[in-house]
Design a protein around this ligand. Sequence first.
Ligand code: SAH
Length: 569
Amino acid sequence: MAPTSPPIYHTSLLTAIDARSHVHLIIGSNSLAATRVTQSLASGARPILISPASADSQPLHHILESHISSGTLIYHPRPVTENDILTLGRPEINGIVDAVFITSPDLAQSKRISDFCKRNRVPVNVVDAPALCTFSLLSTYTDGPLQIGVTTNGRGCKLASRIRREVAASLPTGMGEACGKWGEVRRRIQDEDKAATEKRKAVDSSVEVDEGVDDSVDQTAAFNKLVTETEAEDAKTRRIRWLSQVCEYWPLKKLVEVGKENIEAVLDAYHASSANSQQDQLIEQQSLPSKKGLLILAGSGPGHPDLLTRATHRAILSADLILADKLVPSGVLDLIPRRTPVSIARKFPGNADAAQEELLTSALAAFNEGKTVLRLKQGDPFLYGRGGEEVDFFKQRGLGHRVVVLPGLTSALSAPLFAGVPVTQRDVADQVLICTGTGKKGRPPTPPEWVGSRTVVFLMALHRIGGLVAELTGYTADEEERGKKERGLWPVDTPCAVVERASCPDQRVIRTTLRHVEEAIEAEGSRPPGLLVVGRACEALYTPDKDRNWVVEDGFAGLELDGVRDIGV
Ligand code: SAH
């Protein structure tokens, strides 16, 4: 059975509101009203409670009573009116309240108030009535300045609260305090940078005054200490980068421990950082613009960001410049920090060489500025990725010793796997061949001969599937002409699979045979990038439906490790 495509859920815009001095109107008298009052007070807002105090209405919850008597809660014992919403708020916003929370079970009143709030753009929340709300509250965990909020967007608050508990439990004790301490470090660095910039400006202006003076006499000490704009900028970004690297890589426990020490010690740790830990050394080497540039050539895997290696992920986080190939999947590009400049190769048919040249030239320029440049490629960088040519380019310029190549999971082997095709299997296939369907300058490459126990994977082949199948199953005009008809031809009923966008949410697999594959692609259309796997391995774990010429399977569930794993068999 073909897997159904995953449902698309609506998600909310999560924000954190600074509610200090806001006026919250809370309608009700029960324990939920008490909870809202407590939440409102915790956020620094001023809650106002309205609920009728008639004999037949519910008595006020004892927490509400105690807030009223201590003066932290204003109480109006009467039914709510529309006018309350427009008049009880802060004078600076003309008396409109900042938010309304309805906790009373009176549905007719809730509807009326909610409609009024919506018309007047006052945020409103009604307990257990999602349709009447313009916002919902998260299940929250608070520890000092750290807050974690979870929502399932109406799918169940119990579940949200369980998830929130599990997330919070996974944090080391003292995380909130550590957030506070690290925030201070950040502020200190920013303040010092600001002071340094101002000092530099002052020095710069004194230099202007000195202009024209014989520089052998009367030189100020500051003149000698003059730092250039770029050096100062480098030093600035270096410290902030150090901080973000530390936050990114240090285990949370270490962040908590270090955060407990005084801030001076933390800043000193910056200067002495790499001394005692290998991990820190790596951070230093990879993130700080040293005088020497570094070129990292890395593969990003077939598509899903979870298929990146840790080394490549680290390179993504620490590079000064990223030059990515067009095929690098968006899930991977999403991991690039916002501050890192990225350029994506403008390769299209006919200009691949020019785009490659452009990319290598900008890599070289950044390298010469002492930057760490990441050339990010799709799959594995050396497998039909021109990675070898790039290493050669840098070697020829004497930079071979500053090039690091990181492997990637190739689509040639992972796409068949995600399509449930074991490329080798005892008694089915004992060898694998990876080929390209497109030769140099667009000419077809020599077709591989048929070997019954071989699985063949063709990359860059689907756009000329008809030609490829003809070459595999028959002799080429050239072979006919030269009378060279020794190559083993492929039986037209050899099973094959077209695997497109492997490991992406829109992965698609078409299972068929060489006889029908061209027709299947024509009928189903293409979803690049895709490849073709041919050989008996395609039916090692899959039994074809004799009544159908091809079967289409849509969707990707290959990394759902928690569920029962069905690889489309
Ligand atoms: N270096 C890459 C291959 C680059 S050639 C690697 O190791 O994967 C580009 C070809 O790879 C595409 O034409 C297509 O045939 C194949 N390809 C890349 N990503 C793919 C994916 N997610 N699913 C299926 N095929 C893919």
